[in-house]
Design a protein around this ligand. Structure first.
Ligand SMILES: Cc1cc2nc3c(=O)[nH]c(=O)nc-3n(C[C@H](O)[C@H](O)[C@H](O)COP(=O)(O)OP(=O)(O)OC[C@H]3O[C@@H](n4cnc5c(N)ncnc54)[C@H](O)[C@@H]3O)c2cc1C
Length: 276
């Protein structure tokens, strides 16, 4: 995967397991030296082109929540089928589809961490890094959109002057620039803390929440700064960005799930401080 010869994907979400990610129905039944997987996954990025699938399935019959979940590395082969690529709002370069498991046989040696029942904890281990990564991924397009908008406003003339001269347009430039700086600063600080081995569960969640919402606000202002051209694909790339970045607030935990997480961790800290 590191050399680009294999494409991977993470297959966690299911029709009834979205924000409630532990409500997984896909099963993996032990059969000798193998597990046999049955069920389906939804909204899986890269699934149509993936060679390897990290799949979270229920190994303990009748278990609920995160107990009894196991993470598997599943190679594309018999018993694994991917659906047709969805038609999406944006991100046309990123194929996404359903994944189906029909008596899909996986060697027991493919259990990630070699241990049954800790699949959700396995996913959680990479979660903070992933959230910081996603927050950075929100900041890049925001920088690009602002660059494009600033160029446009300095070149576009109305009322015999460049529209960048108008202070109401300058307010939009200032708000974008400030919010991008805020997101970037937050991400760098949280990433440094993680590199020093600190617990970044709270700060990584704040970064993902703020940066994805920030990117949405920047996209909206940049469409505004382009005027009509911001809405027309023939005249600017900004409408594509506007659609592409909408996803950031939905996956890797919706904004609402991050708000809940940030509040939960803050209240927990407060409770700890008052007990001591
Ligand atoms: C293009 C795309 C790519 C994706 N890629 C992947 C992938 O590679 N792998 C993967 O496993 N998944 C992937 N996902 C799934 C994604 O992570 C989920 O869509 C996301 O977690 C939200 O789940 P849901 O769609 O079921 O929404 P729901 O959970 O049904 O949420 C609907 C609404 O209810 C709100 N809500 C839900 N619960 C609460 C609550 N307790 N309190 C307050 N509000 C709540 C949500 O915030 C949202 O506004 C992808 C999704 C998309 C659209």
């Amino acid at each position: 995967m590191a050399t680009g010869e294999l494409t991977g994907c993470l297959a966690l979400t299911e029709p009834d397991a979205g924000s409630e990610a532990t409500n997984i129905q896909t099963t993996a039944r032990r059969d000798g030296e193998d597990y046999v997987l049955n069920g389906m996954k939804r909204y899986i990025t890269n699934a149509p082109v993936a060679d390897v699938f990290t799949v979270i399935a229920r190994t303990e019959e009748g278990s609920r929540g995160h107990a009894g979940l196991t993470a598997f590395l599943v190679e594309r082969g018999p018993g694994l089928r991917t659906g047709a690529q969805y038609k999406k709002m944006g991100q046309a370069g990123s194929p996404v589809s359903d994944v189906f498991f029909e008596n899909c046989r996986v060697p027991a040696t493919n259990v990630i961490g070699e241990k049954e029942g800790v699949g959700f904890q396995t996913v959680m281990k990479v979660l903070n890094k992933q959230r910081l990564h996603l927050a950075a991924l929100c900041t890049g397009p925001a920088i690009r959109m602002l660059d494009l908008a600033v160029t446009h406003t300095t070149q576009r003339a109305q009322f015999s002057q460049s529209v960048a001269n108008f202070q109401l347009v300058q307010a939009m430039i200032a708000d974008c620039r400030t919010e991008i700086f805020a997101a970037r600063s937050m991400i760098l600080e949280a990433a440094r803390a993680r590199d020093h081995g600190e617990d970044v569960a709270l700060t990584a969640s704040m970064c993902k929440y703020f940066a994805s919402e920030m990117c949405g606000r920047v996209a909206d202002r940049c469409v505004q700064m382009f005027g009509g051209a911001g809405y027309i694909a023939d005249f600017s790339p900004i409408e594509r960005y506007y659609r592409d970045v909408r996803l950031f607030r939905l996956y890797e935990g919706t904004s609402q799930i991050h708000q809940l997480n940030i509040a939960k961790l803050t209240l927990r800290e407060h409770e700890k401080a008052t007990v001591q």
